[in-house]
Write a protein that binds this ligand. Structure first.
Ligand code: AMP
Length: 189
C-alpha cells in the first residue's frame, strides 16, 4: 500500500502532476476538489453544501471532507493506496488521515511539496480561469484561497517536515521536469 500526499498552493500544478503520476504509479488520484465539483455538478446534498464554501474560496468543514475521503479511500480501486491531491488542507484533516490510514494498515510514504512563488501562482490561476472557466478562479476568490492556504494549510508543511516526509520540489519548471523530479522523489522515499 502506498499513499502519496501532494502538497502545494492553489495553482502549483498538483492536479496536473497527480494525473501523470496516476499512470506511472498505478494508483488513483484522489482529489477532494474534483470530488466536491462532481457532487456539485450532480446537485447532491454534499455538493450543495460544499458550494457555499467553494464559491467564496473557503474550506468545506473538516468533518464533511474527512467523511468523503474515508468513503473514497474505501473503494476497491484504492486498495493499493492513492495519490492524495488537495487533502489534507488543515491540521485536523492531517490527523484524521493518520487515523484513517492506521485503520487501513497503511501509512503516508512521501509528501512531495510543489513549491511555486505566489506571484507566479496568481498569474497561473487567472490564466486557468480563462481556459477552464472554473467558478472559483476569479480575482477575489483567488486572493481568499491564497489566504486560506497560508493560514490553514501551510502549517502542514512543518507537520510533515518534522516527520521527515516532506520533499520540496521546484514547481516553476516545465510540467515534464516537475514530473521527473516527482517520480525520482517518490521512488527514493
Ligand atoms: P481545489 O480544486 O483543490 O482547488 O479545491 C476547490 C475547493 O474545494 C476549495 O477551495 C475548497 O472550497 C474545496 N476543498 C477542496 N479540498 C478541500 C479540503 N481538503 N478541505 C476543505 N475544502 C476543500
Amino acid at each position: 500500500m502506498k499513499y502519496i500526499v501532494l502538497m502545494g498552493a492553489p495553482g502549483a500544478g498538483k492536479g496536473t502532476q497527480a494525473k501523470l503520476l496516476e499512470k506511472r504509479l498505478g494508483l488513483p488520484q484522489v482529489a477532494t476538489g474534483d470530488l466536491f465539483r462532481h457532487n456539485l455538478n450532480n446537485q447532491t446534498e454534499l455538493g450543495k453544501l460544499a458550494q457555499t464554501y467553494m464559491d467564496k474560496g473557503n474550506l468545506v468543514p473538516d468533518e464533511v471532507t474527512v467523511a468523503m475521503v474515508r468513503q473514497r479511500l474505501s473503494q476497491p480501486d484504492c486498495a493499493n493506496g492513492a495519490i492524495l491531491d488537495g487533502f489534507p488542507r488543515t491540521l485536523a484533516q492531517a490527523e484524521a488521515l493518520d487515523a484513517l490510514l492506521a485503520e487501513f494498515n497503511g501509512r503516508i510514504n512521501a509528501v512531495p511539496f510543489i513549491h511555486v512563488e505566489t506571484s507566479v501562482l496568481i498569474e497561473r490561476l487567472l490564466k486557468r480561469a480563462e481556459i477552464e472557466g472554473r467558478a472559483d478562479d476569479n480575482a477575489e476568490t483567488i486572493r481568499n484561497r491564497m489566504n486560506v492556504y497560508q493560514h490553514q494549510t501551510a502549517p502542514l508543511l512543518d507537520f510533515y517536515r518534522n516527520r521527515g516526509l516532506l520533499k520540496e520540489i521546484d514547481g516553476d519548471q516545465s510540467i515534464e521536469a516537475v514530473q521527473e523530479t516527482l517520480r525520482q522523489t517518490i521512488e527514493s522515499a
